[in-house]
Design a protein around this ligand. Structure first.
Ligand code: ATP
Ligand code: MG
Length: 688
């Protein structure tokens, strides 16, 4: 077991009990320590199902699962639970939420569901759209929730008129969720915390399910997560956390890096392990990373030491516009892929915002290269997928009003706006779910004939498919359901072009594949379980075919979702002021810029062998090309910016030809380059 671990890593892996902290820089083997330690625990006789490992993304959880599997070998079938905070909370709430007055079959609202509820709430309290839009309200609520501020406290701290309105709406919004037996994503954490705080017996019961708790990326825990961890670990105290304060990138979501920094204070007898050898990246890449992060004011000084000397210098590429940037990056990848040494999945294109990948997707498709877009607006946000999921949600729980309203007349079945209004008014009057009203003959009798028949049809559809989805495989039920509601007619109605229709149908087929994969993987597959998986960011497409696909595709993802991963080739694109650092943080400077710098550092430290940073000299905004400014981080990482914080780590060097004095905050017209003489580079003004 000691094989493949250096002495401090061994120390961490062999510390099998009590609180343990591994605080160390990127690529030093923290996640490796967690996986090896789990394997070690199992080998030393701890039952796999007594161990809970928490990671930040579904992808990380799956990868960890795979790594543990490899370590334990084929014989050992038992695997510990690896989950994200959110998915663990779903499990807790499914067992315990009734203590808080919610039904155990609660639904998890996604963004679209939240918006409909927010719209309804604002209408109820007669707030016009110009004053507060549903999106604004959700922004306020999201902000409060990540800071664990509940409606009463929100009202107390609200200062502007808008905030007061939002706080009032927040109270209604929470009530609305509860009435509908629903929770939103943030509630998963908040309600779990509430349960643990107010019901100690529940806390003890949940804590007693595990003897060991291990948490990766601990620097990104927010207040709720921090308290949930404490609640789960305080009895057995076998808590291992690993993280890196330099990679704390979720401050904007309420994460507090202090949680990791005060671990030894919270858990006084803890073992602390520091790691400093980076096994991931070449020395050249680490030089750049170290230089960049040294610009942050508040940090625990630590240098990454390269276990892999030498390497290729990182490149900086400039392109005239964003289309050319995408073409250039894709052409580069295509060229490298023609060599036998590289596979598509050796490459990652990392970006800051969800709008950036579009150009790259287009180019990759044109080049016929396989790719996967991870995170961002996904498959599950497509209209047809959401429609069909709404049917499934409604079958699972007919009182899910948002879903019912979504499909009540999709495809059109004669339940138009007027009829629906009559029904909803009646539901409000009776204080009953819309679904119940739909089945009341006296109410339905006032509707036109077609509407009456439609109500009947909906009721019988739900009855029938509640039974069908109990049988296996559920995929058959899904197909039968699509036929019964004649969803194809909806596609016919909306899309004239047969290619469009085919693409939409293919998306539904993909949904069926996801359901199929879920059924194979889950221990006790249920419709509700599948819907939970979807709500938590999409089930893993885990069957063999998908695995192959995943294995051989270029990865496109945001810097945030790249945390913890590594790739031989990394392309960081859109290295411009306003993108990275993001314009929201430029406006407030200070801590916000430091967080963007950490994000840039996360990106740089994903690269194992080759790192390419690129920027477009102009970028379209609302359709018009605008000049860009190179990211200040480009100047920092190649040592062209003066570092006021870190002694002399940044030596001033200028490539030949660059004569202007450049300031970090306002890089001059000539962007930096390490690989080519600056004279070869197009100037920012000269457009080609
Ligand atoms: P991050 O901060 O980015 O999450 P990390 O600290 O979790 O990084 P790992 O992902 O665990 O780092 O490890 C980085 C790489 O180094 C992996 O490829 C891992 O297999 C390798 N590695 C870690 N420790 C060793 C070691 N002792 N010997 C050889 N390779 C190692
Ligand atoms: Mg890691």
């Amino acid at each position: 077991m000691a094989h493949g671990l250096n002495p401090p890593q061994q120390k961490a892996v062999n510390t099998l009990a009590g609180p343990l902290l591994v605080l160390a820089g990127a690529g030093t083997g923290k996640t490796r320590v967690v996986t090896y330690r789990i394997a070690k625990l199992i080998q030393s006789g701890i039952r796999a199902d007594r161990i809970l490992a928490v990671t930040f993304t579904n992808k990380a959880a799956t990868e960890m699962q795979e790594r543990i599997g490899e370590l334990l070998g084929k014989k050992n079938k038992k695997q510990p639970a690896t989950s994200t905070f959110h998915s663990h909370c779903v499990r807790v709430l499914r067992r315990q939420i009734q203590h808080l007055g919610y039904p155990r079959k609660f639904s998890i609202y996604d963004r679209g569901d939240q918006e409909s509820l927010a719209r309804g709430v604002l209408r109820e309290i007669r707030v016009p759209n110009e004053t507060l839009r549903p999106g604004d309200l959700l922004y306020f609520i999201g902000g409060w929730k990540t800071k664990c501020i509940r409606p009463a406290d929100a009202a107390a701290i609200a200062s502007t008129d808008k905030e007061h309105l939002a706080a009032m709406a927040y109270r209604r919004y929470q009530k609305g969720l509860k009435q509908r037996g629903a929770v939103d994503f943030d509630d998963l954490l908040l309600l779990t915390e509430e349960l643990f705080t107010n019901f100690d017996a529940v806390r003890r019961e949940e804590a007693a399910l595990f003897d060991h708790l291990l948490i990766d990326e601990y620097q990104d825990t927010n207040g709720s997560q921090y308290r949930i961890v404490k609640a789960l670990a305080q009895d057995h105290r076998n808590l291992c956390v690993v993280g890196d304060d330099d990679q704390s990138i979720y401050g904007w979501r309420g994460a507090e890096v202090e949680h990791i920094l005060r671990f030894s204070h919270d858990w006084p007898d803890s073992t602390v392990v520091w790691l400093e050898n980076n096994y991931r990246s070449t020395a050249e890449i680490l030089t750049v990373a170290n230089r960049l992060i040294a610009f942050n004011k508040k940090r625990h000084p630590k240098e990454l030491k390269a276990a892999r000397p030498g390497g290729k210098q990182p490149r900086i590429e400039q392109y005239p516009n964003e289309t050319k940037e995408a073409e250039g990056v894709v052409a580069d990848i295509a060229r490298l892929l023609r060599q036998p040494d590289f596979e598509p999945n050796d490459f990652a294109i990392l970006f800051r915002t969800n709008e950036q990948p579009r150009a790259f997707e287009t180019e990759l498709r044109r080049a016929g290269l396989p790719y996967v877009l991870i995170g961002g607006m996904s498959f599950f946000d497509r209209k047809e997928v959401r429609d069909v999921l709404a049917y499934m949600k409604m079958i699972d729980s007919p009182t899910d009003e948002v879903s019912l309203l979504r499909i009540i007349n999709t495809p059109p079945r004669g339940l138009g706006g007027k009829s629906v209004e009559v029904l909803t008014k009646e539901a409000v009057r009776q204080g009953k779910p819309l679904w119940d009203v739909l089945g009341q003959p006296t109410v339905v009798a006032v509707l036109p004939d077609t509407a009456q028949r439609a109500c009947e049809e909906l009721r019988s559809l739900v009855d029938m498919f509640q039974q069908r989805f109990k049988k296996r495989p559920m995929v058959d039920a899904m197909r039968a359901m699509l036929e019964r509601v004649d969803y194809e007619s909806e596609l016919q109605r909306l899309y004239d072009n047969p290619n469009d229709r085919e693409a939409r149908m293919a998306a539904l087929e993909e949904l069926a594949n996801a359901l199929g994969a879920y059924e194979t993987k889950a221990k006790k597959p249920t419709l509700a379980g599948f819907l939970d998986d979807v709500a938590l960011g999409g089930p893993d497409f885990n069957d063999e075919k998908d695995k192959q696909l995943k294995r051989n595709a270029i990865v496109l993802m945001t810097l945030h979702s790249a945390k913890g991963l590594e790739f031989p080739h990394v392309y960081m694109v859109g290295m411009e002021e306003g993108l990275l650092p993001h314009h929201r943080s430029v406006a407030v400077e200070g801590e916000a810029i430091d967080e963007e710098r950490r994000l840039c550092y996360v990106g740089v430290t994903r690269a194992q062998d080759y790192l390419t940073l690129s920027m477009a000299l102009t970028r379209r905004k609302w359709g018009k090309p605008r000049d860009t400014i190179p990211s200040r981080f480009l100047f920092e990482l190649i040592g062209q910016a003066e570092n006021p914080h870190a002694g002399n780590t940044a030596t001033r060097q200028r490539p030949p030809g660059a004569t202007r004095t450049q300031k970090a905050a306002t890089p001059a017209t000539r962007p930096p380059s390490k690989t080519r003489a600056a004279t070869d580079l197009p100037s920012r003004r000269r457009r080609t």
